[in-house]
Design a protein around this ligand. Structure first.
Ligand SMILES: C[S@@+](CC[C@H](N)C(=O)[O-])C[C@H]1O[C@@H](n2cnc3c(N)ncnc32)[C@H](O)[C@@H]1O
Length: 467
């Protein structure tokens, strides 16, 4: 069937939409979203798909570049989905994020006055991640130019990151700017080893192939953890690769593997086996030491984690006699940060390994007034035995992107702490939850922190005071 010809229209871009795509209008006024454009650009855009009256477009030719454009550091920019805003000046990125928090609080939370503090930017803006998950795929992503200039090519697979919105194919990376330089040496070493020794890469559609994923974590002091995920056991090949990796990189102090035979890549329900070295790496923040296991959540930008936690501490009106709850506490980082300032602190987290770490972290840091409970926040806050604990004067809550369950919001209102400090990586769900609490709590301060330069992700702290 002949393909319908797609229209190409002139579009003027004026802002960023919530998923990090630029938003603009054609001369006729049609709304167009496009990846890679920045506000202020005028471009010829191919209109690809229409949905709910708006178009998804692809920039064909830049007619007038925005003054807010900047040179991306990465050779894979525009193809790889890792960081989509590298061509957008960092100060503008910050303004965009600040505005986005403002808009969520106005539109979703329905706030009349918005006590928004200036966003705290990150430094450095490259190589800031302490964790990256690379994928192996039998299907390498090819750019339009590659397809147009090559005839046929062999299917050699790829090790890298996914292109935007495509979870089957992978962009083969040479240099990634998200994590410290060793990330590239380790990834490229594993890729070369695998190809030289004819290891097969996972095919997410056929569920075939040996190598699936590789997680790299590092600390500021230069300790590295590697978790290699295999689709099935092939002992000789697994050991050959793990040994080669351990021999080559002395900075890998914690080497793990997992045999994941499931259809999806998630590892929370899989046994991760420590192959060599220590089972954890240790990060230090503000004279506190945190040991981190492969499954435990730790804020992904370590330097900004300190900025975030310092702000949480600053915004929390804590007294020495207070009882504090830290909901969704991970391995207890905020818990231990605040334990020094209060009488007792209670952390809740559903990942067992994180709670194990939290107990050890408390002991290692000489913190005796922190208690940890493993379970779903919703279940624990509704549990008779748990409710025998002293009621909280202050609650810190730091849920995942989906925000808090409605029942948790009600439980919090019932507990009636005098202050709730709500840390969120998704201001839209945070604003939704704030609205649910609006009859009981007023927002006294909002402090956005940029944890993820060159992406649309925003972290925001909201301090809520009981009315
Ligand atoms: C955004 S992280 C915050 C962690 C911690 N506050 C920190 O700064 O490191 C959210 C945490 O909530 C945990 N979690 C997610 N859903 C949960 C639930 N329903 N009940 C308890 N913990 C949950 C996750 O495992 C993760 O550790």
């Amino acid at each position: 069937m002949p393909r319908r010809r797609q229209r190409v229209e002139q579009v003027t871009f004026s802002g960023m939409a919530h998923k990090g795509q630029a938003i603009g209008r054609t001369e006729e006024g049609m709304v167009v979203f496009a990846q890679g454009a920045v506000p202020g650009d005028k471009a010829m855009v191919r209109l690809l798909r229409k949905r709910k009256g708006t178009w998804q477009g692809h920039v064909e030719e830049l007619l007038f570049p925005s003054p807010h454009r900047t040179e991306p550091a990465c050779q894979h920019f525009g193809v790889c989905g890792g960081c989509k805003w590298q061509n957008y000046a960092y100060l503008q990125q910050l303004k965009e994020k600040e505005q986005s928090v403002h808009d969520s609080m106005q539109r979703i939370a329905g706030l009349d006055s918005i006590p928004l503090l200036p966003i705290l930017g990150a430094d450095p803006v490259y190589q800031y991640r302490n964790k990256l998950e690379y994928s192996f795929s039998a299907k390498r992503w090819r750019t339009r130019e590659e397809i147009e200039t090559s005839g046929t090519f062999s299917e050699e697979g790829a090790l890298g990151l996914h292109p935007p919105g495509n979870f089957q194919k992978v962009v083969e990376l040479e240099t990634c700017w998200l994590q410290q330089e060793l990330t590239n040496d380790i990834r490229n070493f594993v890729g070369d080893f695998a190809r030289k020794n004819a290891y097969s890469f996972f095919d997410p559609l056929q569920h075939t192939g040996f190598l699936r994923n590789m997680i790299l974590r590092n600390t500021l002091a230069g300790e590295w953890m590697v978790v290699l995920s295999f689709a099935y056991e092939d002992e000789a090949r697994r050991i050959a690769l793990l040994d080669a990796l351990a021999d080559r990189f002395e900075d890998i102090v914690s080497l793990h593997y997992v045999i994941n035979e499931k259809k999806n890549d998630t590892l929370f329900d899989q046994e991760i086996i420590c192959y060599q070295g220590a089972p954890t790496i240790v990060e230090s923040l503000d004279n506190l030491h945190f040991q981190i296991r492969p499954k435990s959540f730790f804020q992904t930008n370590t330097r900004q984690a300190k900025v975030l936690y310092d702000q949480v501490r600053f915004l929390t009106d804590i007294q020495q006699e207070d009882v504090v709850y830290d909901l969704y506490c991970g391995l207890g980082s905020i818990t231990l940060y605040l334990a020094r300032d209060c009488h007792q602190i209670v952390g809740i987290e559903e990942v067992e390994d994180a709670i194990k770490d939290a107990h050890i972290n408390a002991a290692n840091n000489g913190v005796a007034n922190a208690r940890f409970f493993c379970g779903d926040v919703r279940n624990l806050l509704g549990d008779e035995d748990f409710l025998k604990l002293p009621k909280p004067d202050i609650v810190i809550t730091d849920p995942p992107r989906a925000g808090m369950h409605e029942e948790v919001v009600e439980q919090l209102i019932g507990l009636a702490p005098r202050q709730i400090v709500y840390v969120s990586c998704n201001p839209a769900t945070q604003a939704r939850d704030i609205k649910l609490m609006s009859g009981h709590y007023r927002v006294e301060q909002l402090q956005p922190v940029d944890m993820f330069p060159h992406t649309a992700h925003i972290e925001n702290i909201a301090s809520l005071r009981r009315i």
